[in-house]
Design a protein around this ligand. Structure first.
Ligand SMILES: NC(=O)c1ccc[n+]([C@@H]2O[C@H](COP(=O)([O-])OP(=O)(O)OC[C@H]3O[C@@H](n4cnc5c(N)ncnc54)[C@H](OP(=O)(O)O)[C@@H]3O)[C@@H](O)[C@H]2O)c1
Length: 447
C-alpha cells in the first residue's frame, strides 16, 4: 500500500467525503497486526489506566505514527464496551478491526475522538500531609488525572526535567495543604498547541509543580534563551542557568559585593547554588572557601577551583577549620545553612564584612525554633552588614543574569554538575536524597 496512514488520516480529517474507508481500515489494521507488541498486546485491560498508558506508549514506539493518531485510535478502542470482557489475543484483534471501522466512521463524520476523550494522563506527586521533621516517602502520593481537551490559547506540555529544591520543605508548610500537588519548576516541551505563539516542540521553563503533563494558558512559560547551545543540557535552565544560578549571581554580587582579593566563605558549597557562588567569587578575583558534607564533594570543589575546603561533618571544631582555611578571616559570607555553622562563621568575619543570608537548610526540619548564640554583638563590634534575600527580588534583571551565566558556562568559566535521578516515580526519593546531601551540584529529576 503506497498511501501512508498519516496521509489517509489527514485526508479523512480534511475532506471527509473523500475518505477511502476500506483503505484506512486495511492500513491501520495492518499496522496493528504487524506491530510487535510482545506480550503486552494480549494482556491489555482497557479499564486500567496504567495499562492503557503503557500500551499507548508501545504503539507510539513501534508504529512511528504521530502521537495524535495513535491516541485517537487507542482512545477509541478503549471506549468500546466489549473490549472490557475480552482479553485473549483473537478477541483483541477483532476488536481492533471493529475499532478501526468505527474510527473511520467517526472521521467521516468529522468527529475527532481526541476531543471527546483526551487520553493524555498527567501523573502528579501530591503531599499527603504536612511534613513533620525530615520528609518521608509515605508523605507523598502519586495521582493520575486525564487532562481535558485544549481551549483556544492553551498549550499542552510534557515535563522532561523537574527540579527538587530545598525551599519546597519550608514553603510547603504554608503554601500547601494535604492532597495538593507539590510546587516546583520544570523544563517542559509543548506537545499540543492551540496558541500560535507557542508551537509544538518548543521548550519552556514552567512552574507547574511535580507533574508529568499540564495545560497552560501560556502565561508564565519562560522560553529558554534563543542562543541556547545544542550541546548544553536543557536541564541547566533549572540549575546553573536557572534559578540557582541567578541566586548565586545576584546574591553574591549584589549583597556580598565582593572585591578583588576578598575572602568569600560559602557553605552547602558542593550544591546547586554554593558550587556557583565559589566559582563566581573566583571569576571576581577572590579567594573561595567552601564547606561540604563528604570528602568526595571536597575533591569536586577543588576541581572546580575552590582554594580551601573542609568537611563540616568530620572536622573536630568548626571554628578551627574556619581559621585554618582562612587565618586572615572572611570578608564575605554566603550563608546557606544557618544554625551552628553560622554561629561559628560569624565569629570569623572581618570588620565591615558582608553576609548574604540565602538559606538556612540545617533549620528547615526544626519544629521548634532553635536558640543559639545571639549575633548582635558580632554585627555591632565588627560593623557587619547582614541581609536576607529571595532571588525573585531581581526578577526584572533575570534576562541579564541568565545571559551572563550562559556565557560563562559556554566559555567553560563556570563548571556545572548535575545529580540526575531517573524516573518521575522516584521524585520523592530524589527530593529526600537532596535534603540528605546525596547530590553534588544540581539535583534534577529526569522523567
Ligand atoms: N534565597 C533564595 O532565593 C534561595 C534560592 C535558592 C536556594 N536557596 C537556599 O540555598 C541553599 C542551597 O540550596 P541548593 O538548591 O543549592 O541546594 P543544594 O546545596 O544543591 O542541596 C542541599 C544541600 O544541603 C546540604 N545540607 C543538608 N542538610 C544540611 C545541614 N544540616 N547542614 C549543612 N548542610 C546541609 C547537603 O549537602 P552536604 O553534603 O554538604 O551536607 C545538600 O546537598 C538552601 O538553603 C536553599 O534554601 C535560597
Amino acid at each position: 500500500m503506497s498511501t501512508t496512514y498519516n496521509q489517509v488520516y489527514a485526508r479523512a480529517v480534511g475532506n471527509p467525503t473523500a475518505v477511502d474507508v476500506d483503505a484506512l481500515c486495511v492500513l491501520v489494521g495492518g499496522i496493528l497486526d504487524n506491530l510487535d507488541l510482545g506480550e503486552k498486546r494480549f494482556t491489555v485491560d482497557p479499564g486500567n489506566i496504567q495499562t492503557r498508558t503503557a500500551t499507548t506508549q508501545t504503539l507510539l514506539q513501534h508504529s512511528q505514527l504521530g502521537q495524535k493518531p495513535v491516541l485517537d485510535m487507542w482512545n477509541f478502542l478503549c471506549l468500546r464496551k466489549e473490549f472490557e470482557s475480552h482479553k485473549d489475543g483473537v478477541a483483541m484483534q477483532s476488536g481492533h478491526r471493529q475499532g478501526v471501522y468505527f474510527l473511520c466512521i467517526l472521521l467521516t463524520l468529522e468527529i475527532s475522538i481526541y476531543q471527546v476523550v483526551n487520553m493524555v494522563v498527567a501523573k502528579s506527586w501530591t503531599m499527603v500531609r504536612h511534613f513533620e521533621g525530615a520528609p518521608k516517602l509515605d508523605d507523598f502520593k502519586l495521582i493520575e488525572k486525564e487532562l481535558p481537551p485544549l481551549k483556544d490559547g492553551e498549550v499542552l506540555l510534557e515535563s522532561e526535567f523537574l527540579s527538587v529544591d530545598p525551599y519546597m520543605r519550608p514553603y510547603s508548610k504554608n503554601a500547601l495543604k494535604g492532597g495538593d500537588v507539590i510546587m516546583g519548576s520544570q523544563v517542559a516541551r509543548v506537545i499540543e498547541s492551540k496558541n500560535p505563539d507557542f508551537p509544538v516542540g518548543g521548550y519552556y521553563v514552567a512552574y507547574a509543580g511535580w507533574t508529568t503533563h499540564f495545560i497552560s494558558d501560556a502565561k508564565g512559560l519562560n522560553a529558554l534563551p534563543s542562543n541556547w547551545p545544542d550541546h548544553l543540557p536543557k536541564s541547566l535552565a533549572l540549575g546553573a542557568v536557572g534559578m540557582p544560578g541567578l541566586t548565586a549571581y545576584f546574591g553574591l554580587l549584589e549583597i556580598c559585593k565582593p572585591k578583588e582579593g576578598d575572602v568569600v566563605l560559602v557553605n552547602c558549597a558542593a550544591g546547586a547554588v554554593g558550587s556557583l557562588v565559589g566559582q563566581i567569587a573566583k571569576i571576581k578575583g577572590c579567594k573561595a572557601v567552601g564547606s561540604a558534607g563528604t570528602d568526595d564533594k571536597l575533591t569536586f570543589l577543588k576541581e572546580i577551583g575552590f582554594d580551601e575546603v573542609f568537611n563540616y561533618k568530620t572536622v573536630s571544631s568548626l571554628a578551627e577549620a574556619l581559621k585554618k582555611a582562612s587565618p586572615e578571616g572572611y570578608d564575605c559570607y554566603f550563608e546557606n545553612v544557618g544554625g551552628k555553622f553560622a554561629d561559628a562563621a560569624m565569629q570569623q568575619m572581618n570588620d565591615f564584612g558582608r553576609i548574604a543570608v540565602c538559606g538556612a537548610i540545617s533549620m528547615y526540619n526544626d519544629s521548634v525554633p532553635s536558640t543559639g548564640p545571639y549575633i548582635q554583638p558580632y554585627i555591632l563590634f565588627k560593623q557587619l552588614c547582614m541581609e536576607g534575600f529571595l532571588v525573585t527580588r531581581w526578577q526584572k534583571q533575570f534576562p541579564e543574569g541568565q545571559k551572563q551565566l550562559l556565557q560563562w558556562v559556554t566559555e567553560g568559566k563556570l563548571k556545572f554538575h548535575e545529580h540526575i535521578t531517573n524516573g518521575f516515580e522516584n521524585m520523592p526519593a530524589g527530593f529526600i536524597g537532596m535534603l540528605n546531601g546525596e547530590n553534588t551540584g544540581k539535583a534534577i529529576i529526569k522523567v
